[in-house]
Design a binder for this molecule. Structure first.
Ligand SMILES: *[C@@H]1O[C@H](CO)[C@@H](O)[C@H](O)[C@H]1NC(C)=O
Ligand SMILES: *[C@@H]1O[C@H](CO)[C@@H](O)[C@H](O)[C@H]1NC(C)=O
Ligand SMILES: *[C@@H]1O[C@H](CO)[C@@H](O)[C@H](O)[C@H]1NC(C)=O
Ligand SMILES: *[C@@H]1O[C@H](CO)[C@@H](O)[C@H](O)[C@H]1NC(C)=O
Ligand SMILES: *[C@@H]1O[C@H](CO)[C@@H](O)[C@H](O)[C@H]1NC(C)=O
Length: 118
């Protein structure tokens, strides 16, 4: 029973990994916190490939937090229908990060981008 449960859990995890097009950089570390969470949706029909740029800039202050972990979570769970997320500027150990989101041809996207830092 335990084994079956463990297998089912693993299978569920792998299914999510394969089906979703989420992307992540870095890792959570002790003492970090959520700096920004933004959900971006683009379902504009006539445009073949939709894009969006999510930019996190440090808040004004003398010692802005350093980014530790970034996750672009694809909220579209249907296989092969999710979008693509790329880190195009800044990132881990820097004070800013820019993630570019894009859809597959003739599909939309729905991403939640979370930036952690300390
Ligand atoms: C998070 O980022 C979004 C988009 O850049 C911005 O509109 C929002 O104000 C930010 N929220 C916080 C708490 O910084
Ligand atoms: C959707 O993506 C297209 C192409 O990048 C862009 O021109 C349009 O402004 C976006 N629409 C929304 C609602 O973000
Ligand atoms: C961010 O990293 C730089 C270089 O490693 C360091 O000098 C700075 O103190 C760090 N900032 C914070 C808020 O920890
Ligand atoms: C985008 O995904 C979020 C999280 O799953 C959901 O709450 C929201 O309704 C979705 N937005 C659209 C327009 O589909
Ligand atoms: C970020 O900084 C940590 C601690 O200094 C280091 O271990 C890690 O390799 C760095 N990561 C990147 C992507 O620069």
């Amino acid at each position: 029973m335990k084994f079956l449960l463990a297998s089912a859990t693993l299978l569920a995890i792998f299914a999510v990994l394969i089906l979703a097009d989420s992307n992540q950089w870095g890792r959570r570390v002790p003492g970090d916190r959520l700096l920004n969470r933004t959900t971006v949706v683009n379902n504009s029909l006539p445009i073949p490939i939709k894009t969006a740029v999510v930019q996190y800039l440090p808040p004004p202050g003398v010692r802005p937090p350093n980014v530790t972990y970034i996750v672009a979570r694809d909220n579209v769970k249907n296989p092969g229908q999710g979008g693509l997320a790329a880190l195009i500027s800044g990132g881990i150990n820097q004070t800013h990060a820019t993630v570019k989101l894009s859809s597959r041809p003739s599909l939309g996207f729905n991403f939640t981008v979370e930036i952690y830092g300390r």
